[in-house]
Write a protein that binds this ligand. Sequence first.
Ligand SMILES: [Zn+2]
Length: 449
Amino acid sequence: MKGVVSGISLVTGDADVLPGTPLPAGRLADGLAALVAALNSPGSEFLASLHPVPAPDPDVRVQIGGRPGTADIVAAPDAWRALFGRFTADADWACSCPIGSALAAALAAVEVFKRLVAANRGGAHDRLAPADYAYSAVNYQAGTDAAPGPDVPVLRLAGPAILGCGAGGSGTACITAMHPRLSGNLALIEPGVHKLSNLNRYLATTAYDVCLPRHKLSTLVEHLARFAPSLALELHARPWEQLDSHPWDTMISAVDTVEARWAIQRRAAAGATIIDLAVDDLLYAALRVTPGGWCLFCKHPYDPDLAIKQRALRWGVPLDTVRDWTAADKAVDLQMLEILGRTQGKPVSAFSDLLGVPFTDTPRLIECGSTTLQADVPGQTPILPLATSAAAVIGASELIKQATGRSGLDNWLAHDMRRNPESPWRKHRDPLRGCPNHAAQSFVSQVAG
Ligand SMILES: [Zn+2]
């Protein structure tokens, strides 16, 4: 949360980095210092800092493990659960499964952020998670219903693929790689290079990566080589649609447009398991496509005009205007930028790079990459690592379940950490009437019956 947090004070005994922690081996304080230093470059406007002494008047106190005392948040994990407050009595610090640790960290970061927002406003946040709280990635239930689940002592991946190595996809890989005995094969599919705003959200990305900028796969390969050296990688630095074949039987879909999700489902191998991750503000959602449940066409019904509608919304003009601009491939002029600026609530100068660019070459998601930092809960998804990290934990959790023969999510989950922090919604969703994917299946079953 660079730019929101001015400094973190670390009060700890001198300890070694434990296996599975994504820090260089050695002393914990040195590893954390190296991590924080990697977020800064000579050109950084804000410098991240870590202080090895207690803060005189901290805004938020977080305690990892131990008996609840004066800290605002007391967090601990077991294999599959994030444990807070009195639930930390169940902590297991020796388990290999990284899901509980990653989930506890992701949820604790959200609760820290809410308190910082409240402190900046001089008030209190009214939607905090309960102090005594447990949440399980086994059954995605909370409190005493949160299933503990057995540890996963060894993890071997049988060649799943991660489609889209942005914040969610790279996070899924990094969290899976926190398993200290990870081996097998993993395919990574990602065409893009880093941009500046990735630094705030990607778990393994450094200031160096965004300054160059490096390819997103390059960063991820280096991280996985360090922390999961027995994992064999298959790399595709191209969009999914451009691959010659799509043979994977398990896929994490972490792409960021509806069209990309349609393309994934359309080209996936028959019977493949698709686990789709999505974020919006402080909400994360996961969909495990199952034959009798929602698919990606049920969740996002096909609309041939979707792209044009989204562009019309972002540019603040009627559909017909977007159609005209597209047909003529009109060069962006000042008048167009004035409408865009009004619609996006930003000065025209914020979009000056687009002047003269042919309309069809303008970025689809113009708010990405140029989002101003707001120290407020709404609209933080493009700039902070909160919902994306939580979604990545779910991706890693489902990947581990699939690899170890456990039953996975059935079939939809959403968790709004802003409005309803304690209760994820889970549901088996019935296929949408008229979904072309399911229409074909039900026709086959009627004929068979
Ligand atoms: Zn469907």
